[in-house]
Design a binder for this molecule. Structure first.
Ligand SMILES: [Zn+2]
Length: 276
């Protein structure tokens, strides 16, 4: 593939869980893999559920924006041939709405990913969230929560990993399919397309995890396109230097086969399209 793809979702040493890599290591790796750009979207979650805070004694999971951006500036000046962008992955949480909006207005970024990591005061990674819920309730409530919080916030560019909740789920139903959640997907996609925001393909979700491998339902992408969506963002969600650009060639081919003509990244919050 000769296009220069951007990896819009990566974590560095500034994320609480990014100690396996650094801006420099991941940027050099991304360049060696032939990517056109890499964006560091470190974690910013103002509320961490007690079940996790107990284990890891880290709360809140907020990074030092100034230090991260200075380091990106330093690495950009020394590593040529790849664009390195300044981003944030903000964790949406109802009780933190004002704090999140305030934080985003106080700082400048190239791109902002809006994600849900914690929900109902649980961390799906550690369980709890799924207890007492059918797969349909667990996935549906997660999707509705993303929708409610992202439409409240408005100030973001990319809807992050809508299928995060499937990664760690205990159900035989491993994947989130359009047909099971058509109404909420339609609302999400109308909002994203009408507001110039991107749908993320997060390739970390499509990895084996304890014998389960969720898949990306083509009908989700087809419906997004049908409702006017054009902006697809590719993100590896890397936390180590081996993963930037992971499976991008395959997913770029996949979206092309479904009629998409571009991938997108954001520079100073403006969409930039790359033909595929
Ligand atoms: Zn995330």
């Amino acid at each position: 593939m000769d296009m220069l793809l951007f990896d819009n979702h990566n974590h560095s040493q500034f994320s609480f869980d990014g100690k396996r890599t650094s801006v420099e290591k991941s940027a050099v790796s991304a360049k060696e893999k032939g990517l056109g750009g890499i964006c560091f979207t470190d974690h910013c979650d103002f509320h961490v559920p007690p079940m996790k805070a107990e284990f890891e004694d880290m709360k809140p999971e907020v990074f030092d924006v100034k230090a991260q951006q200075e380091e990106i500036g330093r690495v950009s000046a020394s590593v040529n041939g790849i664009m390195i962008l300044k981003g944030i992955e903000v964790g949406l949480y109802r009780e933190c709405r004002e704090q999140i909006a305030g934080h985003l207005s106080e700082h400048s970024f190239d791109q902002v990913i809006a994600s849900v990591h914690y929900i109902d005061d649980t961390d799906p990674f550690y369980g709890g969230y799924y207890e007492g819920k059918t797969w349909k309730e667990a996935y549906g409530h997660y999707l509705e929560t993303i929708y409610e919080e992202m439409t409240w916030l408005g100030n973001f560019d990319i809807m992050g990993h809508f299928d995060y909740v499937a990664r760690y789920a205990p159900y035989p139903q491993t994947s989130i399919m359009y047909a099971d959640f058509a109404d909420i997907f339609d609302e999400m996609f109308k909002y994203l397309s009408h507001n110039g925001k991107a749908l993320e393909i997060n390739t970390k979700t499509y990895q084996d995890y304890h014998g389960r491998t969720p898949v990306l339902d083509r009908n989700i992408l087809l419906r997004f396109r049908e409702l006017g969506g054009e902006a697809i963002s590719l993100g590896s969600d890397s936390h180590d230097p081996s993963r930037p650009g992971d499976k991008f060639a395959a997913y770029a081919e996949f979206i092309k086969s479904l009629g998409f003509r571009y991938t997108v990244h954001f520079e100073r919050r403006k969409a930039v399209f790359t033909a595929i």
